[in-house]
Design a protein around this ligand. Structure first.
Ligand code: PEP
Ligand code: MG
Length: 577
């Protein structure tokens, strides 16, 4: 009987996986002996190397399409980085010399050249370069395998009872694991925001990363293993009691999931029949399918920065129109709320726009609507594509980062100009397209009584509203503790916005992360929010929470919080009751 062993890593994707180990061999398994060649064999050795190089590149290019389809564009960068490493002079220069002049075999020359590159990267202080070491190792291993014809263990043999334990996995591996319905994986490398973790989250595979040495432990194929993706724990050869506990937890999660699925066809309304519209946030058109399957009643926030961030060139009107039309058609008869680009600050673009210079404080600088109004031609192109995509009358247009009424007036004027152009060109679009702005700055929230006259709806972007109200950078770990959605100022601002919008019978939505936090559902219902926009995966859990709430009771709770309770513990207690 093997002894139980517990490993602590970083939780990368929630879920529990119980199964048998499928161990992917470690890189140390590829030991390359020194082999000399004769002068006559140089040509053959170089050809062998070039063939292996081509085969590796081909493999990588083939995976690119699949990764793009399943995981999205952000994961493609890794494949491109791999190809760049293969072509890097730093690697090839030494290698060619070692084969041609020193008469070493191609595989030995490659292993030495790789080690030299890795060592030179290890000496660099820069975090970015040190972070590339794993990529160099990974791609180097692929190349060596192709050179010596040693096959890597075939991941398509992984069964659904298996938990894969590996030093590292690339996005393509993870796609295969999903296809094989594997129970989870545990890897030595990775952080919470690494490619491996993001791919696991994207494909919803329970995963623990950053285990450092798990593959160096005495671990064998078919060992019993548990992955706890909630707490970042891996238990090898668990004792019976632990195994039973985890099996119970697993059953409970499955039951909860099944219960949530039953809610798909039920309305999003409170016990006393007050309806809250549940819609979704998406960051890319590829997520629309997920929204359709989630039971969301539309898209409350379609972030459009992606098409500007990942390209070196500006997207054309046609490109954007095709994308927006695709989403609008897929989500029909529900609506999609397309937010115009909010570039700048945390959403930086590779585009170099004339006149945009590095800023001391980008979050307070030229971002969102400020940037859009400065680059009116780019902005107009986007507005034209949005309007054109509205021909089915299910598109709403929304503008980010407003901080002054003047901006709203300017946007409305520009919108009229674009509408007139389209009319002149006899292009069909929704003449009454609903127009909204995001309330993300305290100034917009506190002048919402004026802004509301110019728009059909407002959507509170709590991510930024918290950042700007509390003066806390949303990305800065040093002040993360001060980033507090429960702060009374935030709750009060939300109430202020709802009250003024409702006086003019306009709709109020919440589309920041707070909308998906169960802690606040009662508050949002009680304060009178009309629409909650959450990631597709959170729709059913929020629907369940809404259906467990009594609207009239929630209103009383909100009144009590906002009038008599300043103590955070008490607020939490009232929201949880
Ligand atoms: C927000 O600020 O809450 C929001 C939804 O916008 P983003 O996160 O894209 O800045
Ligand atoms: Mg925002």
């Amino acid at each position: 009987m093997k002894k139980e062993k517990v490993f602590k890593g970083i939780p990368a994707c929630e879920g529990i996986g119980i199964g048998k180990v499928f161990l992917l061999e470690r890189e140390e398994d590829l030991i390359i002996p020194i082999r000399r060649i004769t002068k006559d064999a140089v040509k053959r050795e170089m050809t062998k190397y070039k063939e292996a190089l081509d085969a590796t590149k081909k493999e990588l290019i083939n995976t690119k399409e699949r990764i793009l389809k399943v995981l999205g564009k952000q994961h493609i960068a890794l494949v491109e980085a791999y190809v760049a490493i293969l072509e890097d002079q730093l690697l090839t220069r030494d290698l060619v010399r070692m084969i041609e002049e020193e008469l070493f075999s191609a595989e030995y020359a490659l292993s030495v050249a790789l080690n030299r590159v890795i060592q030179s990267f290890e000496r660099v202080e820069d975090e970015y370069f040190r972070g590339r070491i794993t990529d160099i190792r990974d791609v180097g291993r692929k190349l060596i395998r192709n050179l010596i014809g040693k096959e890597r263990k075939d991941l398509s043999k992984v069964t659904k009872e298996a938990v894969v334990v590996a030093h590292t996995l690339n996005p393509h591996d993870i796609i295969i694991l999903k296809e094989q319905k594997c129970s989870g994986f545990a890897v030595d490398v990775g952080t919470k925001t690494s490619h491996i973790a993001l791919a696991a989250q994207g494909l919803e595979i329970p995963a623990v990363v950053g285990l450092k040495y798990i593959t160096s432990e005495s671990i064998e194929d078919d060992d019993e293993i548990i992955i706890d993706g909630y707490n970042g724990i891996v238990i090898l050869n668990p004792e019976l009691k632990v195994l039973q506990e985890y099996k119970q937890k697993y059953e409970k999660i499955i039951k909860e999931k099944e219960f949530l699925i039953k809610l798909k066809t039920l309305p999003s309304e409170t016990i006393d029949h007050h309806r809250i519209t549940l819609v979704s946030n998406i960051d890319s058109h590829r997520e629309v399918e997920e929204v359709v399957n989630s039971s969301a009643e539309g898209i409350g926030l379609f972030r459009t920065e992606y098409h500007y961030i990942d390209n070196n060139e500006l997207p054309s009107e046609k490109d954007l129109y095709e994308i927006y039309k695709y989403v609008a058609e897929k989500i029909y008869p529900y609506y999609v709320t397309i937010r115009t680009f909010d570039l700048g600050a945390d959403k930086l673009s590779q585009l170099s726009l004339e006149g945009v210079v590095p800023e001391q404080c980008p979050a307070l600088g030229l971002r969102g609507i400020r940037l859009a109004l400065k680059y009116k031609n780019i902005f107009k192109t986007q507005i034209r594509s949005i309007l054109r995509s509205s021909y089915k009358r299910n598109v709403r247009i929304m503008f980010p980062m407003v901080s002054d009424i003047k901006e709203v007036i300017e946007i409305k004027q520009l919108l009229e100009v674009v509408k007139q152009e389209l009319k002149n060109e006899k292009i069909d679009f929704d003449k009454n397209i609903p127009v909204g702005v995001m309330i993300e700055t305290p100034s917009a929230a506190l002048t919402c009584d004026v802004i509301i006259d110019y728009v059909d709806f407002v959507s509170i972007g709590t991510n930024d509203l918290i950042q700007y109200t509390l003066a806390v950078d949303r990305l800065n770990e040093n002040v993360a503790e001060l980033y507090d959605p429960l702060h009374l100022s935030i709750l009060r601002l939300i109430k202020y916005v709802v009250d003024y919008a409702h006086r003019k019978k306009k709709l109020v939505s919440i589309c920041g992360e707070m909308a998906a936090d169960l802690m606040f559902t009662k508050f949002f219902v009680g304060v009178g929010i009309d629409e909650l926009s959450v990631p597709p995966a959170a729709v059913l859990k929020i629907k369940k929470a809404v259906r467990d709430i009594n609207y009239s009771e929630a209103k009383e709770v909100v009144d009590e919080i906002l009038t008599s309770h300043k103590d955070k513990e008490k607020i939490i207690q009232l929201l949880k009751e």
